[in-house]
Design a protein around this ligand. Sequence first.
Ligand code: A2P
Length: 268
Amino acid sequence: AILQGVPAPFAVPAGCFALTVTEVEHYTDSLFRFRLARPATFRFRSGEFVMIGLPNAEKPVFRAYSVASPSWDEELEFFSIKVADGPLTEHLQKIRPGDTVLMRRKATGTLVNDALLPGKRLWMFSTGTGIAPFASLIRDPETYEKFDEVILTHSCRTVAELRYGEELVQGLMEDPLVGELVSGHLRHYTSVTREPFARQGRITDLITSGKLFDDLGLPRMGPEEDRAMICGSMAMLRDTKALCLSHGLEEGANNKPAQFVVERAFVD
Ligand code: A2P
């Protein structure tokens, strides 16, 4: 007999995992995070990205998402924008626990510890959802084995957009397992550009004026001690990269580690 009313099972495209949503949290009209059950066979390096899609179409739309959870975690976390008419995010923003999300099997990316030479200090420059790869890296013990000081900067248009990062860092400091690892080594520096806030301005302006370094009591960036990772919009990447270069840092890659690396915050 025909099973009436039961939706036809969708086909999982080749090279994809079909993963169950375990948690969804909305922050603003335009930001949310979700967590997926992690397949036992999926391996990635903290800071890498994967391709995410939904099983609701014959030809699913895939977009790159940085994994925001560390490589040791049993689940996979993602931090996403919501775009009203975005081919993926207009649907993705409606997912609930128990739903299925598609994820391609291969992770890749340049915001990984392997792409940087060892150094004293690691700067993580992020705007908006560009904080996602750093949410992974600040929870990875390897980051603190390689760098004595880790500074995560996060700049957003509004105060509400900082909440994901604030809760993340606070949770990390209070965590009985990793708290000891990060305390005294990790610093979180936030700024807002379109509302009143304790620290205002684009990260590029805060670097140029030197306010960032003065606020933290640190010397200006330089090639001997400092390493950097950058993640944000195309314009933010271009301008922050130019500042890293003007401070004497050289761009690295997986096969040629150097002093800074760049990766775009993908979905737009
Ligand atoms: P602003 O409000 O001055 O545009 P977006 O959502 O557009 O990616 O912006 C996220 C944050 O990044 C905002 O605070 C925005 O500041 C900032 N931003 C945008 N363009 C740049 C840039 N070229 N360099 C540095 N920060 C930028």
